[in-house]
Design a protein around this ligand. Structure first.
Ligand code: CUA
Length: 124
């Protein structure tokens, strides 16, 4: 029984794949946001580099593992404070305007290594 379902799922997925245009997500109207979780800690973001699809919004959830930090994507108006550990999560939604590399950095002075808190979002 389970095997039949599995086979059907596979065949249907293949058939759908063949019938659908190259970018079915864009056809769906409102694509579901991609979700990325980032942890901030003196003096880095984890992950500090990640890839997303450029044709859908990215929901970025930020939490701190120590003190207050900030999160700013250069060249955009995305800028939030990440509350200190245990005080919740800051969430921003970013729609990449086009494929490319977007540098983000800590926007709140958090200590000697503040200037090194950077990362890259790659929209492709
Ligand atoms: Cu973290 Cu400045």
């Amino acid at each position: 029984m389970a095997r039949t379902f599995l086979l059907c799922g596979l065949v249907c997925a293949l058939a759908g794949g063949l019938a659908a245009p190259a970018r079915p997500v864009a056809m769906a109207g409102q694509p579901a946001p991609q979700v990325i979780e980032i942890a901030a800690e003196r003096f880095s973001f984890t992950p500090s580099e990640f890839r997303v699809k450029s044709d859908a919004p990215v929901e970025i959830r930020l939490r701190s593992d120590d003190t207050d930090h900030g999160f700013r994507i250069l060249g955009t108006d995305i800028k939030v404070i990440i509350p200190k550990r245990g005080k919740g999560v800051a969430t921003v939604t970013f729609q990449p305007p086009k494929p490319g590399r977007y540098v983000f950095e800590c926007s709140k002075l958090c200590g000697a290594g503040h200037a090194f808190m950077r990362g890259t979002l790659i929209a492709e």
